[in-house]
Design a protein around this ligand. Sequence first.
Ligand code: HAM
Length: 422
Amino acid sequence: MSIKAPRGTYDILPPESFNWHYMERVLTETAELYGYYEIRTPIFEHTELFTRGVGDTTDIVTKEMYSFTDKSERSLTLRPEATATCARALIEHSIYGGAMPVKWYYLGPMFRYDRPQTGRYRQFRQFGVEAFGSDSPYLDAEVIILLIDILNRLGLNNYELHLNSIGCPECRQIYRDKLVAHIRPQADKLCKDCQVRYSKNPLRVLDCKVESCHVAIAGYPYIKDYLCDSCKTHYETVKKVLKDNEVNFLHDDNLVRGLDYYTNTAFEIHIPDIGGQSAIGGGGRYNGLVKACGGPDVPGVGFALGLERILLALTKEKEVLADNSYADVFVIAVGEELEDMSTKLVSKLRKNNIKSDKDYAGRSLKAQMKFANRLGAKIAIIIGEDEINNNYFTVRNMNKGEQSQVANDNIIEHINNILANS
Ligand code: HAM
């Protein structure tokens, strides 16, 4: 039996990879416009980072981590997310000692032992930003505005931004007690997962997708009514700045997020008709995370986007995302005796930054022309006996079907002209 990619993983081949390059360029260029710069961290970390950072009662830590013991008996885990990783890097390099806030972005694979389905994988890619060192609600608003700007630049319009505040540990504890008291009489009607959540992390019952759980907790108290003055002001300011900047959002009392590190602002982006998992991204403020990871009391805020889900949404809206031609110019020459000439010409084209290729399979003239078409070439340059004897090339504009004879010395200028106008 042949070996296949593990369940929940997949290959990205060209031309699909062209779409990824396009998307990644928009993500990174937009983040840099806002002053976020790239951090690259290891793919695996000490398991303890995630149990402490993400939380040992979360689904991620209890069910979804790819953990293993290495040859020195260390417990390591393939990163399921990168916020805790960034907090670890901030502490390890004492970055918090310098000018604040520190604004980072990252892009790369994450790993979760999830049940694979459309838009849900075991190895998936996230683009995320993290801003450490400021408690300003204007920074919460900035990361949300950046997120919306990215979606707009990508051409995604049918998203919903859900927003909530889950308070600070003090006001959340008061709310948690109220919620538990409300749920207690109905606890045996909750689904199996929520029975566990109810005792370990009762807020998570609020975003359960099982209808009977919602029926069981009907009339539950809202956290917005229990926020302390400082958390209330923070949330009101975030909402005001978003409104001032024409960012539409829906206040969502059920939004609590699935990772333990959040405080105050929490948000998610949904595309309801994506045809798979609707959450394309999420984030929020995490003022206790750096401390929980063993560092000083440094606040933070950020988000991560699920790139497979973004691409799913994008390809629903647009048929062609990126220029998917493999070569702009294909050099056609038939026969071994012309091989030196065609090699020299593609070298010259490439040195002049013209994306070009040639035949390496001994194809006939007709087959080379067909192949040039398959590669999406805009121009074919044909070299034959007559061309060599008289120092010219035959240039075929593939889109227009026009053919002309161009002197060898003028070839680069001529090709650049056609490409500039195509
Ligand atoms: P998260 O909500 O767990 O947050 O993940 C963010 C996004 O990653 C999700 O909205 C989803 O689009 C994508 N995602 C998650 N799991 C999968 C999967 N199995 N397959 C495909 N896509 C998936 C975090 O990870 C936080 N670290 C976000 C954050 C950054 N909060 C503050 N800063």
